[in-house]
Design a binder for this molecule. Sequence first.
Ligand code: GLA
Length: 385
Amino acid sequence: MSDAIANASRDLDATFQEAYRRPSDGIWHAPGRVNLIGEHTDYNDGLVLPFALAQGVSVAAAAREDEVLELRSLQAAGEAASVPLDGLAPGAIGGWAGYAAGVAWALGEAGHRVRGASLLIDSDLPQGAGLSSSAALECAVALTLCELSGIDIPRPELARIAQRAENDFVGMPCGIMDQSAALLCTADHALLLDCRSGLSTQVPLDLAGLTLLVIDTRAPHQLVDGAYASRRAECERAADALGVPALRDVTDLTEALASLDDPVWRRRVRHVVTENHRVEATVGLLRAGAVTEVGAMLTAAHLSLRDQFEVSWPEADVAVEAAVRAGARGGRMVGGGFGGSAIALVPSPLVGRVCDAALNAYEARGWRPPAFLTAVPSPGARRLA
Ligand code: GLA
């Protein structure tokens, strides 16, 4: 454990004692993620390649004798929630607490008996930055409640339970990528996940003198609104029209495009099919030690997300363009889109230049400056103390 994480968990434990007047039983952590490539492919039964960040959500917690879930967050002081476990139902509780309560509900729906518990949540992930702060929260709470309740669930299944919390309790129809990344990633690797079979492979992510720079465009995204859901619905309808279970199954893109009349569906299909190929190509490049060449894949993915899937936003387009002009090998928006972060693959000596280029480009347009973060492929969810 790094010194920073050890110090942070000592602090969280002390704050837990102040808040609940008793020691915690332990501290659990789940990371945010960056998806290297494979965007809007997960709910099309396709391939994704995320890795875990060093930043994430930590939970100090203690079991209770009653059947109550008590929730506090250092990021929402004064908004404590206390909910009886048997009264949990979708819609019962909203806001940040809904993600945590939703996990308790989804565990119950899956037939597990969750014990009452007091939780104190802390996060060092920027919210709305497209780095999966919601999945990190769900997965940290999932691990916490499972351990406190003596529930032992294989991690791929726990990811599905956390996804169910978000789909059915929070009401965001996300795919399985973010929860899988939080629970299954390992340090120094990206996770190649086949979202149909659920099978995953760890792919070594050796950046060899390059830095994966996260540019938080500070245009916060709102995935609970309709745009994400409507992309998903378009993909499902296009798959129906093509007579395949999911867009993952399109094998002949030219033929598929020729058989669709709707130009919007054609664009969506083109993105999903080519994006799955880009994931495979990226894995091949990483395995061959050709990480610099991954940059071209990132930029191609960005253009496809911008022009075919139409989920990019102006701040992301400008960040990617400025980064590439300043020497990045490539870059793209990450996550669901419509706000959040971009990533750029940058030769490490050029990181300062790339940051300056993005800052200048934003200033020239009168936009708030972006924030920067170095993405280091880190371990997945775990108990810290
Ligand atoms: C969000 C969702 C994921 C995935 C991405 C797009 O992050 O939570 O399931 O669909 O968007 O790739």
